[in-house]
Design a protein. Structure first.
Length: 215
């Protein structure tokens, strides 16, 4: 999985989980937090670090104890500069590029291999569900995830509202409310009836039609 998509998905997962503690996840949440913070501070002037530390949890769902790791990432990719007094961070100076995709920039710092198995499994699942609802058994076959890991990844996804399991026409279907918020029940029912491959073809046609309409 390439960097930009990796960070886009991590961003969505972090947005869904917010302040929910998930011991199974570690590095992936830092990825998502880094993207979220970079987006929100782009174009701003110097920011007092202590103030940022106090409000980061409330406004960005970045716990104060994680902020230093997030800041370290943004320093490494030259999205911010830091002002220090000794070892203490006094302030940060945003330098997030205005015309570069933030997810692409953060993605340059991370790789899929940096992640643990549950993080990798979650990203693989959500990557499939980004395009269409999917039969659970087929999804498991495509991703190679075992039963226990699939169950745990889905449970975490339910907590973050980015994965939702359904039972339709005698089939177990997974879908993501993040990408198909409207008429999700109907979309899942059609997926169970005609199959995920066919429903994706229809969705692709709809996307192309929308793009052509707005051009």
């Amino acid at each position: 999985m390439e960097g930009k998509k990796l960070i886009e998905l991590a961003h969505d997962i972090q947005t869904g989980l917010g302040s929910i503690d998930v011991p199974d996840f570690d590095q992936m949440r830092i990825m998502g937090m880094a993207a979220i913070l970079a987006i929100h501070i782009r174009g701003l002037g110097e920011i007092d670090y202590e103030l940022l530390r106090k409000v980061s949890d409330h406004y960005f769902s970045i716990p104060s104890f994680a902020l230093k790791d997030v800041v370290t990432v943004l320093v490494e990719i030259e999205y911010i500069q830091i002002v220090k007094k000794g070892s203490k961070i006094i302030s940060i100076i945003p330098d997030v590029p205005r015309f570069k995709d933030v997810h692409e920039g953060v993605g340059d710092y991370f790789s899929f291999s940096d992640l643990n198995e549950h993080e990798q499994g979650t990203l693989l699942i959500l990557s499939e569900l980004q395009n269409k609802p999917e039969n659970t058994h087929k999804l498991q076959h495509v991703t190679g995830i075992d039963d226990d890991m699939l169950s745990r990844c889905v449970d975490i996804g339910k907590s973050g509202h980015y994965i939702k399991p359904f039972r339709a026409r005698g089939k177990d279907i997974l879908a993501s409310p993040f990408y198909f918020a409207d008429n999700l029940d109907s979309l899942v029912d059609i997926t169970a009836k005609i199959g995920a491959t066919d429903i994706q073809k229809v969705l692709d046609i709809v996307k192309i039609t929308k793009v052509g309409h707005y051009q």
